[in-house]
Design a binder for this molecule. Structure first.
Ligand code: CAA
Length: 284
């Protein structure tokens, strides 16, 4: 199946990034959200990213205009009727995702693939609310989307080989590297990443080292581009806590228990970069 039109549901940071890379790869993209303001904010962030590339001499101005020309704003679910591939990147709440997938299943043409960018919710359960569970799959992009090479492609219990192949080919057309994994809590990315971040929080909680020292150890000693606590602030501490809870509940294993300090910061509203305070302060 050939993909021409893509709909991205959710115009936040991830959705905007996903829409950008598809428009850059030549797809017609509908960037959809519940209201015009959200869509326009997402669109403005894409425009800013593209302008930066033009300033750096990496993109011609005409190319930027062409990319923006392929990017269509949407607040009407009817637009799903024109999509060959829908990628949902809305909030990480099961009731919202299932409601969206029911709606998408009603509006999207029968051949369309419905993908979700969820970082931890079960694909199989999301697929189960549709009448096309074989055409539902996880397409997990990493932040920042335009920079990171990985697309974790998560096969739900009923995802078909054809659905997998189409999504794999699409990810490759974006210049990304798709990696196939199965649907278990945290998939591979967050099952490995989040316990590492959680353990880094424990080292601070137990007074083993200051956040700066933990991050330096992992940056200089393990060649990580960001230390785990800087990365946690970048991802959002609420997201980190939520994913640890998904792992803890999903496996029923105490090795995934979230660190009390992570809970405390989230309760304080210290969610990382987005709120100006997490393990570090970003107020300046
Ligand atoms: N959006 C778009 N581009 C960005 C960006 C952003 N938010 N941040 C940085 N970049 C670009 C820069 O423009 C720069 O591009 P050029 O080389 O073309 O100039 C390039 O990335 C490198 O940026 P910098 O030189 O400013 O900084 P850096 O070398 O430290 O790289 C980084 C920044 C790419 C974010 C790097 O620190 C990194 O790889 N960090 C780890 C990111 C990571 O682990 N992401 C996964 C998070 S987990 C996740 O997303 C999944 C989940 O489910 C929670």
């Amino acid at each position: 199946m050939k993909i021409n039109n893509v709909m991205v549901v959710g115009a936040g940071q991830m959705g905007a990034g996903i829409a950008q890379v598809h428009a850059q790869a030549g797809y017609e993209v509908f960037l959809h959200d519940i209201d015009k303001e959200r869509v326009e904010k997402g669109r403005a962030s894409i425009e800013k990213q593209l302008s930066r590339q033009v300033e750096k001499g990496r993109m011609e101005k005409a190319e930027k205009e062409a990319v923006l020309g392929r990017l269509h704003s949407s607040v009407d679910m009817e637009n799903a009727g024109r999509a060959d591939l829908v990628i949902e990147a809305a909030v990480e709440q099961m009731n919202i995702k299932t409601e969206l997938f029911r709606d998408l299943d009603r509006h999207a043409p029968p051949h369309a693939i419905l993908a979700t960018n969820t970082s931890s919710l079960p694909i199989t359960e999301i697929a189960n609310v549709t009448k096309r569970p074989d055409q539902v799959i996880g397409m997990h992009f990493m932040n920042p989307v335009p920079v990171m090479k990985l697309v974790e492609v998560i096969r739900g219990l009923q995802s078909s080989d054809e659905t997998y192949e189409v999504v794999k080919t699409t990810a490759e057309a974006l210049g990304k590297m798709p990696v196939e994994v199965n649907d278990f809590p945290g998939f591979v990315s967050n099952r490995v990443l989040m316990p590492m971040i959680n353990e880094a929080v424990f080292t601070v909680y137990e007074g083993v080292a200051e956040p700066e020292a933990v991050d330096e150890v992992m940056k200089l000693g393990m060649n990580h581009p960001m230390g785990p606590l800087t990365l946690a602030d970048f991802i959002g501490l609420d997201t980190c806590l939520y994913i640890m809870e998904v792992l803890h509940e999903g496996f029923g294993d105490d090795k995934y228990r979230p660190c009390p300090l992570l809970r405390k910061y989230v309760k304080a509203g210290w969610l990382g970069k987005k709120t100006g305070r997490g393990f570090y302060s970003y107020e300046a």
